[in-house]
Design a protein around this ligand. Structure first.
Ligand code: PLP
Length: 404
């Protein structure tokens, strides 16, 4: 089934695809297509279906003999541009866009696994992903084992003959633990399994899991790909043959990306590299400042020398990323007092926005996790997570001055 269905591959697009452009250039230039009007920005194709010149052409499109668009649940030119741009950035052959990050994970499993297959996932993954694996997919016969992100022996011990996928996020949220992607890829491949990496926190601007041996990349485009907190979307990336069933699930079941959202993400990807650099610079400076404050017991940030996996993080990532977490002295009461004292930083659990956000994981994102499980995971009642935005870092420090 044809997937690369943008109307035509223009001369300049071909040039960019054929040359090894730097990532910044790919972010701005890769994937763009233009209509006969000659617009410089990309068009939003808000149409549910596409017309044909003749009955014969319709038959050829449906039969797959002629590439081209049929219906926007299958392909849409704006969505195709987004897919091609993100694939160029992640260095993968193929990308399918989805309606959200969660539907990307669902489509990945629906496409690559069957009832009775086994998945090993890190315990430190996005809370809703834990629910999807542990509550929903389990009812459909998927076997799931949760293990430590950072202990490769636990992954080896959890292997079964029917293990199909390894699923990780690195760095993890909210504690910013880092795993060795290349090492996990080796363990997975030796056992005949695939390594899936949710690369949402780093984005391809900071981390390229494919280069480290991962097989499939997941994105919540809602986060840094948008970068300004506007739209929900997601993507699954990897080799074309491997992901054909993932695309097949999406075009049949329907959680595909809207053309409007794809356009927002296309614009987001143009500025991804400069934004991620600025997020990381702000986050590192804020993390260093937090380490000096009397009200702070411990700071978690992969860019800090004090991070237990600092060396691995700096080998694997271009910089530390935007998320900084820390334990305040005085537990939940002190944590809530800090949140309530902010006048600028947004109190919300979202991340990936130009606006800095602050959250108390124990009472929000992780409130449904049992007290014991939270303690085992290291999420204390005094833990605060900040997704550092693009405001001036001095103004962020001023908003957190109660910690001094
Ligand atoms: C937000 C998030 C998701 C889910 O994405 P949605 O777009 O909200 O569905 C998955 N993984 C990670 C790491 C996330 O932060």
């Amino acid at each position: 089934m044809p997937v690369d269905c943008a109307p035509s591959l223009g001369r300049k697009v071909r040039y960019i695809m054929e040359h090894q452009w730097k990532p910044e250039t790919l972010g701005v230039r890769a994937g763009s297509e233009h209509t006969a009007f000659g617009e410089n920005s990309e068009a939003i194709f808000l149409t549910s279906s596409f017309t044909f010149e003749s009955a014969a052409q319709a038959a050829a499109r449906f039969g797959g003999q002629e590439p081209g668009n049929i219906y926007s649940r299958f392909t849409n030119p704006t969505v195709t541009m987004f897919q091609n741009k993100l694939a160029a950035l992640e260095g993968t052959e193929f990308c399918v866009a989805t309606s959200s990050g969660m539907s990307a994970i669902l489509a990945c499993v629906m496409g690559l696994c069957s009832a009775g297959d086994h998945v090993i996932a890190s315990r430190s993954i996005f809370g809703t992903t834990v629910q999807l694996f542990g509550n929903i997919l389990k009812r459909w016969g998927l076997q799931i084992t949760f293990v430590s992100l950072t202990d490769p022996d636990e992954w080896k011990a959890a292997l079964r003959p029917n293990t199909k996928l390894f699923f990780v996020e690195t760095p993890s949220n909210p504690l910013l633990e880092v795993c060795d992607i290349a090492l996990l890829a080796n363990i997975a491949h030796e056992a005949g399994a695939l390594l899936v990496v949710d690369n949402c926190l780093c984005s391809p601007a900071l981390q390229k899991p494919i280069d480290l041996g991962a097989d499939v990349i997941i994105h919540s485009a809602t986060k840094y790909i948008d970068g300004q907190g506007r739209c929900l979307g997601g993507a699954v990336l990897g080799k074309k043959d491997l992901l054909e069933p993932v695309y097949g699930f999406l075009r049949t079941a329907g959680p595909t990306m809207s053309a409007f959202n794809a356009w927002v993400f296309l614009k987001g990807l143009e500025t991804l590299h400069v934004r991620m650099e600025a997020h990381s610079r702000n986050a590192l400076e804020l993390a260093q400042w937090l380490e000096q404050q009397s009200g702070v017991a411990r700071v978690y940030y992969p860019g800090l020398q004090s991070h237990p996996q600092h060396a691995l993080a700096m080998k694997q990532q271009k910089s530390g990323g935007a998320i900084v977490s820390f334990d305040v002295k005085g537990g939940k009461e002190a944590a809530w007092r800090l949140i309530d004292a902010t006048r600028m930083i947004s109190i919300t659990a979202n991340l990936g926005d130009a606006k800095s956000t602050i959250t108390h994981p124990a009472s929000t994102t992780h409130s449904r996790v049992s007290v014991e499980a939270r303690a085992a995971a290291g999420i204390s009642d005094g833990l605060i997570r900040i997704a550092v935005g693009l405001e001036h870092v001095d103004d962020l420090k001023a908003d957190l001055a109660i910690l001094a």
